[in-house]
Design a protein around this ligand. Structure first.
Ligand SMILES: [Zn+2]
Ligand SMILES: [Zn+2]
Length: 277
């Protein structure tokens, strides 16, 4: 069937992994759980690991690459990442960790921001985001006549980034923390500063504001990602989006909240190109 299926194996500060399927093309984005956990989650979601044709990496923080090396060895899946992230993993530059990332170069394919990658029927464009790690990216995906944006781990989104996300049928966007909960939390001042900076994470308000700029008549689903378990609640994140976005409040757009330890699945049916949505 010419539809798109999005499976979130889990999202939050303890691990992130996503599977996108269109017809016979299946890609995975990030491998932020240890291998056994990825295998368990895939089995629960009824996805065969051998069906994954590409693994794309957003950035090198452990909650996005925890299972990467083991998965790469276990399933021989081609890994797509930026060259600078790979070089940092081999210690070829003086850049920050992950020095422990251990990948077979033959199975690594480098991508550049804004350059298209084609994996079967899915076209992916990595877009730069603003995060304190090496060459972090979000992904815009097109398959059939559907468009999906997946952007997490960013303190802000540039004008060009927002323009690229416009007209998405499905918008998956970080809504990391509630600002008040973050500042009241017992975390170290410097960590609070890091998280709330323009190279940290999007809070509920910023996320809701960005959504109001990019939601269009084409948008059918919005998925909030990477909620902090200590400094956010699904209710607060949902309220922020509903307060600012009437079409979400009215129910014209479905709002989903991805969880750390639950699988979220969204089916997006393709419509004829000339059919009005
Ligand atoms: Zn990160
Ligand atoms: Zn993260």
């Amino acid at each position: 069937m010419n539809s798109m299926t999005i499976t979130i194996l889990g999202s939050g500060s303890k691990g992130n992994a996503f599977v996108i399927q269109h017809e016979s093309s299946i890609i995975m984005i990030d491998a932020g759980f240890i291998l056994n956990d990825i295998l368990f989650r895939m089995k629960s979601a009824n996805i065969a690991i051998s069906s994954i044709q590409a693994l794309l990496i957003s950035h090198g923080h452990s909650d996005h690459i925890n299972g990467l090396s083991d998965l790469n060895r276990y399933a021989s899946i081609p890994v797509y990442m930026t060259e600078s992230l790979f070089l940092s993993s081999t210690g070829a530059t003086s850049a920050s960790p992950p020095a422990w990332l251990d990948l077979d170069k033959d199975r690594v394919i480098f991508f550049k921001e804004w350059n298209n990658i084609s994996i079967g029927s899915i076209a992916v464009t990595p877009i730069p985001v603003s995060h304190d790690s090496i060459s972090p990216v979000g992904f815009i995906m097109k398959a059939g006549n559907k468009k999906l944006s997946l952007v997490t781990d960013t303190g802000e989104i540039s004008r060009a980034g927002k323009d690229a996300m416009k007209d998405s049928n499905v918008i998956m966007l970080e809504s990391n923390h509630d600002n008040e909960m973050l500042w009241k939390s017992p975390r170290h001042f410097l960590l609070k500063k890091r998280i709330s900076s323009t190279t940290g994470h999007l809070n509920n308000e910023k996320s809701a504001e960005i959504l109001s700029e990019i939601i269009s008549p084409n948008t059918s689903d919005v998925v909030l990602l990477h909620l902090s378990q200590e400094c956010n609640t699904p209710e607060l994140a949902v309220k922020s989006v509903m307060d600012r976005n009437r079409s979400v409040k009215d129910g014209a757009i479905k709002l989903h909240v991805a969880r750390q330890n639950e699988i979220t699945r969204i089916h997006v049916k393709s419509t004829a190109a000339n059919e009005k949505e």
